[in-house]
Design a protein. Structure first.
Length: 182
């Protein structure tokens, strides 16, 4: 993804030669500042978050730019102020049916049904959720919470926060602006 506000694009590369096959532009406004991306298990679909566009795009990639199809998925609920969300990163569960989007400004993880192509749930975590990772079985989602300097643990079967891993009780600080779960 090219996060540059003057040229928001997705660049599709040939994995064998590491050369660019083509690039795709995003629509003005809703495609501003593309950042996070996730690729489906079969490589046919890419999901991109647009931080200032407050959106997610589902992109069926093809051999050429003309073959690719962009589908806009709003992450704001009807009537909700979109400028207060900032979708940052996205991961897809092992089934490919559910995507989880950290929303830096609103302090939430938004859940997208990839088949319905719509946001279906909001999981409040507070702070500024940043990057995230799923366990290999998809059971738990670990969310680095930048502002809170903690890791939020979400049980994906209940879509509830079940733990917050913090500095508390550990002596000297362990976390400071958590960034990448491992």
């Amino acid at each position: 993804t090219n996060w540059n506000p003057a040229n928001p694009t997705l660049h599709v590369l040939d994995a064998e030669t590491l050369t660019e096959k083509y690039s795709l532009g995003f629509p003005d406004g809703i495609g501003a500042m593309p950042h996070g991306l996730a690729v489906s298990a079969d490589g046919s679909t890419v999901y991109v978050t647009c931080e200032e566009g407050n959106s997610v795009f589902k992109i069926a990639v093809g051999e050429t730019a003309e073959d690719a199809r962009l589908t806009y998925i709003p992450v704001a609920a009807p009537g909700e102020p979109e400028n207060e969300i900032e979708p940052y990163q996205i991961v897809i569960d092992p089934s490919g049916r559910t995507a989880y989007v950290t929303c830096f400004e609103s302090g939430e993880v938004r859940v997208i049904d990839t088949e319905l192509e719509q946001m279906i749930q909001v999981i409040p975590v507070g702070g500024e959720p940043f990057l995230e990772a799923l366990t290999p079985d998809g059971r738990y989602l670990y969310v680095c919470n930048w502002e809170e300097s903690e890791v939020n643990v979400i049980d994906t079967s209940t879509r509830q926060v079940v733990a917050n891993v913090t500095n508390s009780g550990l002596g000297s600080p362990v976390f400071a602006r958590t960034h990448v779960p491992s």
